[in-house]
Design a protein around this ligand. Structure first.
Ligand code: SF4
Ligand code: SF4
Length: 458
């Protein structure tokens, strides 16, 4: 039996920490194989989306934009205003349920394949590191070597590129909040005009640089709360990256299991764990160990997939079903939530008007028969069309006088004004009379609002 088999220190402390509590640097071997290729393709599509989504415009309108200054979000070309918070909350809730359902069924696949942290670290920063410093053994040698000109050059070049990439990533991140036109405007203005923004950009860039050059896998193993939730989300039917101990053990013996105890699955792991110890919260399901073990299996003429995507039940009983009561129930809730989100999205009004009587005002006597009240009006145009607007008092009928020019609301914008409603005294029903206002565009009634009109006590 190998030494590693009896070593249970992985239970006592994080794998990247020694007995003294000092950080152990993980020199992960460069992965290669079909899973790494698939993961790289997914990552490059993801990166393309990350870069292009805030730049792409459809008919001149943004595809993705988190416009905090104007209090609206554009998600896949659909604009959400502050008034749509409920619809957005439904979307967020659906997303959370989707992640939970996905985790219950497919384990931490999000972490290894779609999490920005993993994609940036494994597909950008680490690839540059491999390119400049070589594979894990060369990196270890370089780290232990004295500071020669060659080491200074390699380390300096790597960190310079890391800094530039961190600044670039931060600016792509900012694009999501500003859009391309605004970002170019900010960049071409003197720095003094956007000093706070510039300082924030530099701080975020420095944070990115620190995370990807130093802190690295500790985000996944020590900081990220999602990893910590695996214990409650996973069950024996969840598909995870798992070592087939039934086939592999006893390992490292001539006539024993298929595992040669070569530990190459550990060498390649970006979080430094040994998958042969079973499911661990540090496993991000990156599949690097599957590829590496398959290379070993090929060399020793054994069937591939000693480490594979499978469930605990799959390994123990050969059972393949991914369905259980939990993920069936989650699927129903997710379908209901998402269905409700689509329904509210499709039925939301294209204009949303809010009419309120101006605070701290009372009625005014205009003449013997007529009284007036002052109102504030806000209208959000959620469409991609500019609109001429008309406001009418439908019942009881009255005359409206609006401040400024005739309301004209540009696409995706907010209109705010005040208006006076003149009512004939004979139409008042008491001290407070309900008035139904209609908002019209091109003669078509778009929305109604009912507000009170105050008059004298009868
Ligand atoms: S790479 Fe495969 S054969 Fe080698 S130790 Fe890991 S599981 Fe065993
Ligand atoms: S154990 Fe395998 S799948 Fe999990 S993080 Fe390590 S290399 Fe990736």
């Amino acid at each position: 039996m190998s030494k590693e088999k009896n070593d249970t220190s992985f239970r006592d402390r994080p794998i990247n920490m020694d007995e003294q509590g000092k950080r152990k640097w993980i020199f992960a071997k460069k992965p290669k194989g079909k899973w790494y290729l698939r993961r790289s393709i997914v990552a490059y599509i993801w990166l393309l989306f990350f870069i292009l989504a805030p730049i792409i415009k459809i008919n001149g309108h943004p595809f993705m934009l988190i416009d905090i200054a104007n209090r609206n979000f554009v998600i896949f070309g659909v604009i959400f205003w502050a008034q749509d918070t409920f619809i957005l909350a439904l979307l967020m809730l659906s997303f959370v349920f989707f992640i939970v359902l996905f985790t219950v069924t497919f384990g931490r696949i999000w972490c290894g394949w779609a999490c920005p942290q993993t994609i940036f670290l494994e597909m950008i920063y680490r690839k540059i590191e491999y390119l400049i410093e070589g594979d894990s053994k060369a990196q270890m040698k370089l780290a232990a070597a004295p500071w020669t000109t060659s080491k200074i050059f390699k380390k300096g070049l790597k960190h310079l590129i890391f800094i530039l990439i961190s600044v670039a990533l931060t600016n792509i991140f900012i694009l999501w909040f500003t859009g391309l036109d605004r970002l170019i405007e900010i960049m071409t203005d003197p720095i003094s005009e956007h000093l706070v923004g510039f300082i924030v950009m530099m701080i975020v860039s420095a944070l990115f640089y620190w995370i990807y050059s130093y802190f690295r896998e500790q985000i996944c193993t020590m900081v990220c709360p999602y990893g910590r939730m695996q214990g409650v989300l996973l069950d024996s039917k969840s598909i995870i990256v798992a070592y087939d101990y039934k086939r592999g053990e006893p390992r490292g013996t001539k006539d024993g299991g298929d595992c040669t105890d070569c530990n190459r699955c550990v060498d390649v792991c970006p979080t430094g764990i040994d998958i042969k110890n079973g499911t661990q919260l540090e496993c991000i399901n990156c599949t690097a160990c599957i590829d590496e073990c398959n290379i070993v299996m090929k060399k020793v003429n054994r069937p591939p997939n000693l480490i594979r995507f499978d469930s605990i039940e799959g390994i123990e009983k050969g059972h393949k079903s991914i369905w259980n009561t939990r993920n069936k129930a989650y699927s129903v809730v997710l379908l209901l939530l998402f269905g409700f989100f689509i329904y509210t999205l499709l039925t939301r009004p294209s204009l949303e008007a809010t009419i309120l009587r101006t605070p701290n005002t009372i009625y005014q006597v205009q003449d013997e028969n007529t009284l007036s009240n002052l109102y504030n009006i806000k209208i959000v145009n959620k469409t991609y069309n500019d609109m001429d607007i008309e406001i009418k008092a439908i019942s009881p009928e009255g005359k409206i006088q609006i401040a400024g020019a005739k309301p004209y609301i540009k696409q995706h914008s907010l209109y705010e004004s005040v208006f006076i409603l003149f009512l004939d005294k004979s139409k008042l029903t008491g001290e407070k009379t309900e008035v139904k206002f209609g908002i019209y565009s091109n003669g078509k009634l778009i929305e109604t609002n009912t507000v009170t009109f105050v008059g004298p006590r009868k």
